[in-house]
Design a protein around this ligand. Structure first.
Ligand code: COA
Length: 185
């Protein structure tokens, strides 16, 4: 596939572009996908186009190879969702955060694990990462399991000061991480 960022056995990941708004709107239109992100509220097209997509694209401009990547299934060409690997805008440039959001039709096939393992490897072997971390709501057991299967380990629980808290946020957020030295083992 043209512009492929990485390929796994079953997935291709390519860098997100300004032409991908429709796919993002469709992905965020499923309340089940948005359960642990907004409490199930879909993202409006206006918000995707004026807020999220520009921010997703901006990560690539910081350099280092990080950013947001759309995943497609190799066998069918179907859009599956996205992964991100990018430092916190206020954090160290060599400590990228891993994230993922897949369409419901793609769940339960090991795709989040497959894409995450490949991104963590790329972070340490090609992109010069010192540490990879990921965060989610403590109650998002699916996401926590993906983090573990991608080689990250539980680091801490923290409580964010949300303006509009969603169900389950009273249990806090968790961070998982792995250092380059630990990952080599
Ligand atoms: C969380 C998410 C990425 C998981 O994707 P997936 O491709 O189904 O995950 P995988 O198939 O790689 O599964 C990895 C492991 O997690 C487990 N798992 C996945 N979803 C689960 C769930 N809802 N509850 C409990 N375990 C779950 C799987 O059983 C598997 O573990 P196992 O091998 O021990 O059985 C997907 O459900 C999703 O995109 N959800 C909506 C967005 C979201 O919440 N993103 C994370 C926000 S931080």
């Amino acid at each position: 596939m043209v512009g492929t960022f990485l390929e796994t056995e079953r997935l291709t990941l390519r860098r997100i572009t300004a032409a991908d708004a429709d796919l993002l709107v469709e992905l965020d239109s499923d309340p089940a996908v948005m359960r642990y992100l907004t409490g199930g509220v879909p993202t409006s097209r206006e918000r995707v186009e004026t807020h999220f997509l520009p921010r997703m694209l901006a990560h690539a401009e910081r350099g280092h190879g990080y950013g947001f990547f759309l995943a497609h299934e190799k066998a069918s060409g179907e859009f599956l969702g996205w992964f991100h690997l990018r430092p916190d805008p206020d954090g160290p440039a060599d400590e990228p955060e891993l994230g993922y959001r897949l369409r419901q039709a793609a769940w339960g096939k090991g795709y989040a694990t497959e894409g995450s393992l490949a991104l963590v490897e790329k972070a340490f072997t090609e992109l010069g990462a010192k540490r990879v971390f990921a965060t989610t709501m403590a109650v998002n057991s699916g996401s926590r399991r993906v983090m573990e299967k991608a080689g990250l380990r539980y680091a801490r629980t923290f409580f964010a000061d949300w303006a509009d808290p969603i169900e389950g946020s009273e249990h806090g957020e968790v961070e998982y991480s792995v250092d380059r030295s630990e990952w080599r083992k």
